[in-house]
Design a protein around this ligand. Sequence first.
Ligand code: NAD
Ligand code: DAU
Length: 362
Amino acid sequence: MQNVLVTGGAGFIGSNFIRYLLATSPIVRITNLDAMTYAGSLENLINLPDPSRHILVQGDITDAVLVGHLLRRYEIDTIVHFAAETHVDRSVLNPQQFIQTNVLGTFTLAEAARQYWLVDQSLHGRVLRFHHISSDEVYGSLKPGEPAWDENCPYAPNSPYAASKAASDHIVRAYGHTYGLPFSITNCSNNYGPYQFPEKLIPLMVLNAWGGKVLPVYGDGQQIRDWLHVADHCEAIYLVITKGKVGETYNIGGGSQPTNLEIVYQLCAILDELYPESPHTPHKMLIQFVADRPGHDQRYAVDFSKIQRELGWKPRHNLGDGLRQTVEWYLDHPQWVSAIQNQPDYQAWISKNYQSRPEKTG
Ligand code: NAD
Ligand code: DAU
């Protein structure tokens, strides 16, 4: 791995991965292709280790001419594909962009890689890899007591977001099967940590609680997610790219599965402890149960024994410590927070999503 194209590297996981890769691998050069949607931010790329080995190109993964040009211009041997529309609630309200970016964008990248690597044979003899970042949501939703998902579980996506990720996985796998594209896929559970856009549960709750705003818990708050610190996800991706088998899928999870309500209580307790003088202590008084997400998946749990067995990976962060560090990170970065909270799009999203969710009574 020498010349890496990271897509979506100005977003949450992509920017954490770029930091990780620059710090871990002293020779790689990174081209970061990001459309800089509402979720991408230059603030996520401040203070990179050795920034001279990173360039940001603002552009869209559905732009076949641009993607082909970047592959040739930077002699890309490795693609790590994060770019996507990622928020389930946005996919419920506006699914079209999810099909455009997640399905057509992934197709465009796979086709460009096929042309450059396999048809033109431009990097003949070099080790090549197309790594696709995907989600555990492709597997659908688990009932209580059902075993965690392994790599052989059938796909059963429930939201437009999950369906678009499932479609993108199938495209990548089909390119491997039909054309011999040297691919790998990782399906990961819910990430948390620094630089996560505050539309997602954990940063939204931390910042709302800190600001004395309502903490909107969907439905009864008894849904379960499998939480993983983003640094553990980055390490797993790096291992799969460098040591994982071509043509394989690896599931990645945190092994920690609280209910949403337990997560929100835990975040409130951390804030109470760190800032007992806050006028909003006890922060749990801000919790409000609101109308549920349509089609809300009940439970996620990932069996990560394959990556553990084959590559020796397991999560390093425990959830309690990881959440505390995460709360501290958001409160220590007011400039990052206000840059997002002052975006007109962010205010518009919060109004659109939460005004249509009246408080539940009874
Ligand atoms: P994010 O929403 O924080 O960032 C997405 C990035 O992609 C942004 O920088 C955005 O500008 C960019 N982007 C969007 N559309 C683009 C386009 N058409 N062309 C180029 N760039 C575009 O997302 P994230 O949470 O960092 O997720 C990254 C990847 O990981 C996604 O593929 C997501 O499905 C997957 N994933 C996320 C999680 C999670 O918990 N966040 C868990 C498992 C898998
Ligand atoms: O499982 C992996 C997936 O995790 C990723 O593929 C997605 O990109 C990522 O967004 C995430 O999806 P979720 O829908 O699970 O994450 P979110 O943070 O949006 O919600 C987590 C849970 O919290 C979910 O059950 C809905 C609930 N929730 C969320 C928000 C934003 C609330 O109760 N209130 C809220 O305001």
